[in-house]
Write a protein of this length. Structure first.
Length: 323
């Protein structure tokens, strides 16, 4: 569809120019050009020269980057075409200077105009190609980053189910149901560029319920949310990276605080957890946050803010302007 529109626009530009060019040549200078000179015969030759330049000369010299040589060829074509018009078509018998001053513009105007049009459309095509490559690269990178997230979540959940199957088999069915819902979101709904905010929050709710069972008696979890409306969309699996890091890297017998608020189309996630001050952040934690930063840059650009504060507690704040 885009190609068809571009071709139609080019055809219209060419037709309008030739109509205007003929009108100016024949009617504004009617006594001189219409009665005494065979302009319409020369017009045929001029059309041949213009499209020979557009389809052969310009693509060849631009591809080879022989710009100086092209200017020389362009000037030579303009000069000899004008001479041909003067002495073969018009047979004016005028001097070289008179010939060039009176007729050179007829050759130069269409040549210069259509050369400019050719370069303009070529520039537009190149920009569209660059945007296409950027988009494809972004999509590939997003898919790669998501493949790093999905197995990570699944691995942790399976470990929990395995532990409960051994220690608390009565609670295993509930965990399997929770895992089933999580997998549905990860495997199917997360393939979309954007998902309903409600779906993503349900996924986080389910994950935290899962972790409460897993860390019962070991960690204290405070989870609050305040959402004015679910009528928004969000990129899938953004919040889980921060939430999962809090559980994975917090120390035993500590408190994890998670707050999600959505107000006036802005989502705010605040996640706090205690950590071992004798150790630096693990490489896995850095990878997770780095991947999140990359996804945010690709999907939200200037519409987000990610703050990481590591003092007495590990504090991560994410602000996103939702769609």
């Amino acid at each position: 569809m885009v190609i068809v529109k571009k071709n139609i626009s080019q055809i219209l530009v060419h037709l309008l120019f030739w109509l205007l060019f003929v009108f100016v040549s024949l009617f504004l200078f009617s006594n001189f050009y219409w009665k005494e000179n065979p302009f319409l015969q020369y017009l045929v030759l001029l059309v041949v020269i213009v499209y020979l330049n557009n389809f052969l000369l310009l693509p060849f010299f631009v591809k080879k980057k022989l710009y100086a040589f092209y200017i020389f060829v362009f000037a030579a074509i303009s000069f000899f075409a004008t001479q041909l018009y003067c002495y073969a078509f018009a047979q004016c018998g005028c001097s070289l200077y008179k010939c060039l001053s009176d007729y050179l513009w007829q050759t130069l105007v269409p040549l210069i105009f259509f050369s400019f049009v050719w370069m303009l459309y070529r520039f537009i095509d190149e920009q569209q190609e660059v945007e296409k490559v950027k988009k494809e690269h972004a999509e590939m990178e997003l898919k790669f980053l998501k493949t790093q997230i999905n197995p990570h979540v699944l691995f942790n959940n399976l470990n929990t189910i395995y532990s409960y199957a051994l220690e608390k088999p009565a609670e295993t069915p509930e965990l399997i149901l929770m895992l089933s819902n999580n997998l549905k979101h990860v495997l199917y709904e997360s393939n979309e560029t954007m998902v309903a905010l409600e779906k993503e929050i349900e996924f986080i709710d389910n994950y935290i319920k899962f972790q409460k069972l897993r860390t019962e008696g070991v960690k204290t979890i405070k989870y609050t949310k305040q959402i004015d409306t679910f009528q928004h969309r969000i990129a899938p699996l953004l919040l889980i990276t921060i939430v999962e890091n809090a559980f994975k890297h917090s120390v035993l017998n500590s408190e994890i605080c998670i707050t999600i608020t959505v107000e006036k189309a802005q989502l705010k996630l605040v996640c706090k957890n205690d950590f071992d001050t004798q150790k630096n952040s693990t490489s896995q934690q850095k990878i997770g946050l780095n991947n999140l930063q990359k996804r945010l840059n690709l999907l939200y650009k200037n519409n987000f803010e990610l703050l990481v504060n590591k003092t007495e507690t590990f504090n991560v704040t994410l602000l996103i302007n939702l769609q």
